[in-house]
Ligand binder design. Sequence first.
Ligand SMILES: *Cc1c(COP(=O)(O)O)cnc(C)c1O
Length: 440
Amino acid sequence: MIQYYSTRDQHKTLVSFEEALLKGLAPDGGLYIPSEIPEIDSLNWLNAHSLAEVGKKVLSAWLKEEIPEADLNLIVDDALNFPCPLVKLSDDLWVLELFHGPTLSFKDFGARTMARLMQHFLKKRSEKRLILVATSGDTGSAVADGFAGQDNIEVVLLYPKGKVSKVQERQLIVKRPGVRSFAVEGNFDDCQRMVKEAFLDPGLSHLPLSSANSINIGRLLPQSLYYLWAVSQLKPQAISPVRGAEESKESLNFCVPSGNLGNLTGGIFAALSGQEVGHFIAAHNANHFFPDYLHAEVDAFAFHKTIATVSNAMDVGSPSNFERIYHLLPDKKLKSWVWGTSVDNKTTLKRMKSCYETYGYISCPHTAVGLEGVALYREATGDSSRVISLACAHPAKFPEAITESLGIATPKEEALEVLWQKETNVISIEPNLSALRRHL
Ligand SMILES: *Cc1c(COP(=O)(O)O)cnc(C)c1O
């Protein structure tokens, strides 16, 4: 059975997936990492016809000892019921569109799957949970939507008031069963700190708190499977020992627009479980702690303030999942495998424009950070291998940036239009633990 231990536990005390999932953060404040990584035979997914099919194969490799196969299949079919197209921009560049779930960001993958995994275990235990989640934009709506209506689970969202886009805010505050939204008068760091403090606060120990941020292992495992799905979509040129030596010579790189590094952790899981990945490109905005770490000697655990940018879902000064990656991979391996870069606002908007002019493709600011990252990587390293760049949010969520960079109105998106007719439910709170405690 694959078990998990905390990054801060020297004794590596093992817990089940069920416990790691329901706890979220380990009691010592560390993050759960797997004690072993299952080997998943890549030939198995090269023949996959749907995302859910890959999802079942991958998650079953991780979870089969803890969740009966029939239950897991139902969970995956219900959670991953949306398309995930791989769009070709040129002969050596694709974008993997991860934004066709209900809240139009890649966070639907993790949140929807995790909600159903949690509901599975809670029902079995006849227990309930209150999910506390800090969001810089897309996480909150994906979690709210993914968990809404699950019988044994309630959700409280904290987001930095005025620091998410209008559309994102609307997605966060629409009324959903079992979900409350708090607009925190501070920034994302305040929200994240309040959540962390709440978990350690004896005054709240009577509440069955749990997290749904990308610190939860239950969100990260589902985020590994679309890397494998993408490779299955590349066939017949996919990298495979049996599909022609010609193609297998050239490696495949993934570019991951990154903030809290959950998505990259998912990619690392996919790679450690058997998918060959040449390099990962971690493309960050002005919050550049991780690229700095990869390229230079910087203090790995110093705190960095968050800087607000046009790619706001990636506005994370000190990424939580860094601690996880740091423990998952030896430093040398990490630094040789992952290449990092930082992209400023002006360059992001310029890349959105050039992407539209060159490929006729409208990208959101986050996707544009990724595409700029691909260009910078190729220039810096001379490695011109094929790249799949992850497209993590639907461009229609960022109409202001699109108008500014492309000078066009954003094409209408039905899933967003309907939000403006819905009822909302939100209260403003001060950025401290006692305010949070009062309102819980
Ligand atoms: C959350 C998010 C990211 C960053 O993902 P991490 O897992 O936090 O690194 C990038 N782009 C979009 C659109 C997001 O919503």
